[in-house]
Ligand binder design. Structure first.
Ligand code: SF4
Ligand code: SF4
Length: 110
């Protein structure tokens, strides 16, 4: 895990249980519409430490609408939506996220 993501250490014990089954993606309504957004892939990148300050904003995390559908399907009990939410918070803290991007998070797709 990268230095940047040290704030995730509390979540890491849970995240490392991910075995990339893809059940979260299968339940995700956004993935069904935009195959570029894939919560399984986000988990993989996170575990491999592939997020960094420069790429955090470019990542697909902003497509997530925090509906928690994925979390109900994960066989390992991982709250994937919460993990992605933490990535958004990290991006905002690093000032990578534009004001427009942050404002867009108020819109929730049901
Ligand atoms: S459903 Fe859970 S274990 Fe499967 S890929 Fe998603 S986060 Fe990992
Ligand atoms: S919380 Fe995000 S990743 Fe999970 S199902 Fe909803 S939109 Fe997809």
């Amino acid at each position: 895990m990268s230095e940047l993501l040290k704030d995730f250490k509390d979540l890491y014990d849970v995240m490392k249980l991910c075995y990339q089954c893809g059940a979260c993606a299968g339940k995700c309504p956004i993935f069904r519409r935009y195959s570029n957004f894939n919560p399984r892939r986000i988990m993989k990148k996170l575990l491999l430490g592939e997020f960094n300050k420069e790429t955090l904003e470019e990542q697909q995390i902003w497509f997530c609408r925090m509906c928690s559908a994925c979390s109900t399907r994960c066989p390992q009990g991982i709250d994937v939506g919460h993990v992605i939410q933490q990535l958004k918070h990290l991006s905002i803290r690093l000032s990578n996220a534009s004001a427009e991007r942050i404002k867009s998070q108020k819109v929730v797709i049901h």
